[in-house]
Structure formats: C-alpha cells, structure tokens
Write a protein that binds this ligand. Structure first.
Ligand code: CA
Length: 145
C-alpha cells in the first residue's frame, strides 16, 4: 500500500490523455459488465461505484450514510449515466459520464491536494491518474512498468 497525492491537475491530465483515459474506462467497463451483455445494469453500475470509491470523493458519502439514502443516490447516479433512459448504460454513456464526474472531481480538488492511501492492486481511476502523473514526472518509472 502506498500514499499518493492527488490534486485537480492530476485528475484533469488523466482525463485529457484521451488514449489512456479511454483505455482505462473501457477496461473498467468490461470488468463491470458481469454478465457480458455489453451494457451495465443498475446493479452492475452500483457495484462499480461501491468498488471504485469515486462516490466518497465526489458525493461525500461516508460510512454513516443510511442504506435507503445510498440506494436513492445510486439510483440518481444511474439515471445520470443512462442518458437515453434505456434502463441500461452502454459504453458511450459510461465514457462520457465518467469524464464529467472526473472533471467535476478535478474542479472540487482544485489546487488543494488530497492524500489517498491506495492498495497496490487498486484499480480506481484516481490511482490510474496518479500513476500516469508519476510516469510523466519520472520516465524511468514508465519504462519499468
Ligand atoms: Ca451487463
């Protein structure tokens, strides 16, 4: 486990790096699509947010949030993702909404860095953003990985 420092520019650079960003989003979409039908259902998306830990950063959820409030929150998030109201989230919807959420997080962070404790196998977007920044700052790291 390590600690990384993340600020708004870390996240923004990650989103701007079209190739890396799309790759990361596509990978997570594939791993979230548990039944491999090419779209995310309500429960698949909820699992995604529970595991990605973005909610905590963006929506201020803490451990004391009551379950019914959480369900409401996840429902409203799902509705945001599901732009065309089809009842499922496809890859395009997922990409564009992840971009919006990450940019909103970046704005929220601004230039006030936060420290995040991350597991080595953490697959969250914030970890990927931090990795990308680290690779840019230290080219030898990029070659090694
Ligand atoms: Ca699915």
């Amino acid at each position: 486990m390590g600690v990384v420092i993340i600020d708004g520019s870390t996240v923004r650079d990650f989103v701007k790096d079209e190739e890396q960003f799309t790759k990361s989003v596509d990978e997570s979409f594939a791993s979230l699509d548990l039944n491999n039908d090419g779209v995310l259902s309500r429960s698949e998306l909820r699992k995604a947010f529970e595991s990605m830990r973005l909610i905590e950063a963006h929506f201020g959820v803490d451990v004391a949030t009551p379950p019914e409030q959480l369900t409401q929150l996840y429902d409203s998030i799902f509705d945001k993702f599901d732009c065309d109201g089809s009842g499922t989230v496809d890859l395009q919807e997922f990409r564009s909404e992840m971009k919006k959420i990450l940019l909103a997080i970046a704005d929220g962070l601004g230039s006030c860095p936060i420290q995040m404790a991350l597991e080595d196998d953490d697959q969250s977007f914030l970890k990927k953003a931090a990795d990308l920044e680290a690779a840019k700052l230290d080219p030898s790291h990029a070659e090694a990985s």
